[in-house]
Design a protein around this ligand. Structure first.
Ligand code: ADP
Ligand code: MG
Length: 277
């Protein structure tokens, strides 16, 4: 009887020890599982980052090749166009051709539009060395805001600018002006009358961010990957050169453009890296 009790207490101790070991093993297993989950999450993020970078690289590569080709072409086409425009203007003023006046006007308008496309394209692909200066983005936005407001008013839309606390940036002011105007114009064009465009600036640990937010219908899912491709447009009179220009300018400033879009509108975020002091 005593031996049996003794035996069972020993067994009990063994049982407790095993149980303890089991608990520890279970904790270790959970710990391993957590680490595996963490690593899997990190891996997923890295894969997404890689996919995004590959996409950006392809886009930039495509932009470069097409750009160089078109730059040469653009220059060549402009000269004969100027000649044609001159003759059209001369013919337009002839009294015996007065009945065709509206046709001449239309032809000249179309030529001017073609010229505008070429001008936009050339400024997109120009690779002239430009001067970077340390400037305040808020000051630049303040200066060009009347221009943006004028754009808004002609379309019956509103626009607000909310400057945040940011540090100065190395930039080429007329390029950034062009970028903001292009993003703002797209925002206005995407909104119904009375819509309001919000431009604001802020800072996080790594970047200075310029945000241009509209209250439009958003961008169709199948169009998102095409943003920034030269000549991609969904507008009847669009050139599809505004965004490529923005991407190009952002790239020259080592900035990245993020797009957030949904049925309530679209936000373009331009992230400039914080300058090293
Ligand atoms: P364009 O304005 O001449 O069409 P862009 O390069 O500026 O050329 O824009 C290309 C296309 O991207 C537009 O036609 C439009 O479909 C889409 N897009 C750009 N910005 C916006 C926006 N804020 N909201 C909705 N769609 C947009
Ligand atoms: Mg545009």
């Amino acid at each position: 009887m005593i031996a049996a009790r003794f035996f069972s207490i020993k067994n009990w101790e063994k049982f407790v020890n095993i149980k303890q070991e089991l608990i520890e093993l279970k904790e270790q297993r959970l710990d391993f599982q957590r680490r595996v989950d963490d690593l899997a999450e990190k891996l997923k993020l890295e894969a997404e980052k890689r996919e995004y970078l590959e996409y950006e690289i392809t886009k930039l590569g495509r932009l470069n090749t097409i750009g160089q080709l078109a730059a040469g072409l653009g220059h060549e086409i402009r000269n004969p166009m100027t000649t044609i425009r001159g003759f059209l203007q001369m013919l337009q003023s002839k009294s015996d051709l007065h009945t065709y006046k509206s046709y001449f006007e239309l032809m000249i308008e179309e030529l001017d539009r073609a010229n505008l496309i070429i001008t936009d394209y050339l400024s997109l692909v120009k690779d002239k060395p430009v001067e970077f200066k340390r400037l305040c983005l808020n000051k630049l936005l303040d200066d060009i805001f009347p221009l943006i407001l004028a754009d808004a008013y002609t379309q019956g839309k509103k626009c607000v600018f909310e400057p945040g606390k940011i540090v100065e940036l190395e930039m080429v002011s007329n390029e950034i002006t062009q970028l903001v105007i292009n993003l703002a114009r797209n925002g206005f064009e995407a909104m119904p009358p009375e819509g309001c465009l919000t431009i604001n600036t802020y800072m996080d640990a790594q970047s200075i961010i310029l945000s241009v937010k509209d209250e439009g219908k958003g961008i169709d899912k199948e169009h998102i990957s095409k943003l920034g491709t030269p000549f991609f447009t969904t507008k009847e009179n669009g050139t599809g050169l505004g965004l490529p220009m923005c991407y190009r300018i952002a790239d020259r400033h080592n900035a990245l453009i993020d797009v957030k879009t949904g049925p309530d509108g679209t936000t373009f975020l331009v992230r400039f890296p914080k300058p090293i002091e």
